[in-house]
Design a protein around this ligand. Structure first.
Ligand code: AMP
Length: 284
């Protein structure tokens, strides 16, 4: 496995691989790998001859006062995990190479990126779409693999890829959870044992909402207000949003149907956690 830091070297490697007839699969991450990331790598390993993992904590997708500086980083541990998983190349560029002085080009996806995290993190998806576009141009993958954990991010990237005619197949994989239900996240490392316990309220909200739907409750407002009550009982929880949206448009829905996804963002202490899931059975 190689670790490549230079953009031009990365481009040369994939151009040579493509010329030799190899397919390229790609898993973009911010590192500090956990089993959720590893499930993406396993899928990538199956789908490409050359598996590229990028590790880049992208400053453009963090807002003022967010955790860019504190975001956990451990390239050595990540390299070991990646190697064990059969990664061929880790691409880990420096921010100064990705955004040199005078950098001026950004990618904005309208509409679908404006609700949910787009409202509470202005500029976040612009940063995400910009870096993913750049990474696609650098790595030139046939297939790129993302997690449903970041449901809106995946929807925005699918839209961007389609709108911009990017020749990349986008694959979305199920949320990988701890045995007690907590969605795996690099940010879980911020949680003390007490906060970790309270963080279960996110996945429990999904369970409760699904139970309500199974017993014929279809009013989104009723479901959301029950979840609000439940989350507010946790002393260190602060709700950013709880919404029920259509899986494709991400517009709010007044009534639950087969396309409804519950999406939540909740601060547990200072840590902002997200989770989501379909409300009707039949999805993963
Ligand atoms: P991140 O490093 O957190 O930006 O995530 C990189 C990729 O891993 C994104 O496509 C995420 O959606 C995905 N991912 C993060 N956590 C999980 C998880 N628990 N299960 C599945 N995929 C995940």
């Amino acid at each position: 496995m190689d670790i490549i830091r230079s953009i031009s070297e990365m481009q040369q490697r994939v151009v040579a691989a493509r010329a030799a007839g190899q397919t390229i699969s790609f898993v973009p991450t911010m590192g500090f790998l956990h089993q959720g990331h590893l499930s993406l790598l396993d899928e990538g390993r199956k789908r490409g001859d050359l598996l590229v993992l990028s590790i880049f904590v992208n400053p453009a997708q963090f807002g003022q006062g967010e955790d860019f500086d504190d975001y956990p980083r451990d390239l050595q541990q990540d390299s070991q995990m990646a190697q064990d998983r059969g990664v061929d190349i880790i691409f880990a560029p420096e921010a100064a190479q990705m955004y040199p002085t005078g950098y001026a080009t950004y990618v904005d996806v309208e509409g679908i990126s404006e609700n949910l995290c787009g409202t509470s993190r202005p500029g976040h998806f612009r940063g995400v779409c910009t870096v993913v576009s750049k990474l696609f141009n650098i790595v030139q993958p046939h297939t790129a693999i993302f997690g449903n954990k970041d449901f809106q991010q995946l929807a925005v990237i699918r839209r961007m890829t389609r709108d911009m005619n990017m020749p990349v197949e986008i694959i979305g994989l199920a949320i990988f959870r701890e045995p007690d239900g907590l969605a795996m996240s690099s940010r879980n490392v911020y949680l003390t044992p007490q906060l970790r316990e309270q963080a279960l309220v996110l996945s429990q909200s999904l369970v409760v909402a699904r139970e309500m739907v199974a017993s014929s409750e279809t009013e989104s407002a009723t479901i959301i207000s029950r979840l609000r009550e439940m989350i507010r009982r946790q002393p260190d929880a602060r709700i950013d949003y709880i919404q029920i949206c259509h899986q494709l448009t991400l517009e709010d829905q007044a009534h639950v149907d087969a396309d409804s996804v519950l999406l939540l963002a909740v601060y547990i202490g200072n840590t902002r956690l997200i989770d989501n899931g379909f409300l009707e059975p039949g999805h993963d």
